[in-house]
Ligand binder design. Structure first.
Ligand SMILES: [Zn+2]
Length: 339
């Protein structure tokens, strides 16, 4: 029976999933293998192949049954998966620059390989997990991690854009002066913009902006005694436990998402807004508070749009692999090479 493999290649780990042609996932949780991407593509492609062999064994199927592979990676890359010639954070070895990664993996594995960037793959999984077989739906996904990823799905199609930069939601500018407690702060993003979504809503934003800013307003706070990179990673846990300053930091992020989603509501009139990533990998109580703060950050909606739901991304840690597999399934169903 032919199956699809989803391969989510990150900086340090490869995450796998397997999908049958009926759209059923054959792996429930996380199936990870070391990526070794810092050692360059030759080593990393070998790692992908070795990890795939383990993944199929885990699921009790044969490698020969894998008909198509869906790949997703962090960018920057073209819409077809040619990595940026200028290099990137996750692919620092010089041999990655300008590599047609799907073509190289296809040659390695002897199978067709489809490609999405990781934000778009996660968004596709979020969309399909919510709407299933319902057609002609539109959703916006924002994934709050180290950066701010996500994607736009219009009428069930991933918006990749002209060069693959569609759905770069983190770099959409916001009226950040409206955010609570941010007076006097200048949110500067790595991309050079001031006040885009990623600059106020990401782990990087906590480290570079929000934690130093709020520590100055809460002198003597225990997180002030730690190196900022360590302290930043503790903010979510402290917020969940009710720490006032850490709640303020997460309130800023949630309200920023509210401003951003309001823009998306006005541009796309979507069927759903979806939020995912490490920021919401927390208790149900905290998740409900966070979503309520997102809603509170949205200016009043017109009556017809006030009920657009805000969903949490399910299976967050395997969302990329699952979306990549779904993309490959669409390719396989519309191709004639699989009998
Ligand atoms: Zn930016």
């Amino acid at each position: 029976m032919p199956i699809i493999a989803g391969v989510d290649l990150g900086g340090t780990a490869v995450n796998y999933t397997l999908l049958d042609f009926e759209g059923r996932f054959l792996i429930d949780g996380l199936c990870e293998y070391p990526a070794r991407s810092v050692e360059g593509p030759e080593v990393c492609l070998q790692q992908i192949e070795a990890g795939l062999a383990i993944a199929v064994r885990t699921a009790g199927v044969e490698l020969s049954e894998v008909a198509v592979v869906g790949l997703d990676t962090p960018g920057p890359a073209s819409a077809t998966g040619v990595l940026s010639a200028k290099g990137s954070t996750n692919f620092v070895h010089p041999a990655w620059a300008g590599l047609d990664l799907p073509a190289a993996l296809s040659a390695k594995l002897g199978r067709p390989v489809t490609y999405l960037n990781d934000g778009n793959a996660g968004a596709l999984w979020g969309h399909v997990s919510i709407f299933g077989a319902d057609k002609h739906k539109t959703s916006i996904s924002a994934i709050v991690g180290t950066g701010l990823g996500g994607g736009v799905i219009v009428n069930d199609q991933v918006v990749k854009g002209r060069d693959g930069f569609g759905g770069e939601l983190g770099h959409v500018l916001l009226p950040y002066h409206d955010l609570p407690g941010l007076e006097g702060a200048t949110p500067r993003c790595n991309c050079g913009r001031i006040g885009d979504l990623e600059s106020v809503c990401s782990l990087t934003a906590i480290r570079n902006l929000l934690l130093p800013h709020f520590l100055a307003r809460h002198p003597g706070h225990e997180l002030g005694a730690l190196p900022v990179a360590d302290a930043a990673k503790r903010v979510r846990g402290r917020a969940e436990a009710g720490d006032v300053m850490c709640r303020e930091i997460f309130q800023v992020q949630a309200r920023a998402l509210g401003l951003f989603f309001d823009q998306m509501v006005n541009v796309f009139d979507p069927d759903a807004l979806i939020v995912g990533g490490g920021a919401i990998e927390a208790s149900a109580v905290f998740q409900r508070w966070f979503v309520a703060e997102i809603r509170a950050g949205m200016p009043a909606q017109r009556a017809e749009q006030a009920d657009i739901p805000i969903h949490l991304m399910p299976n967050g840690d395997s969302a990329g692999a699952r979306g990549a597999a779904l993309d490959a399934l669409t390719f396989a169903r519309t191709s004639t090479f699989v009998s």
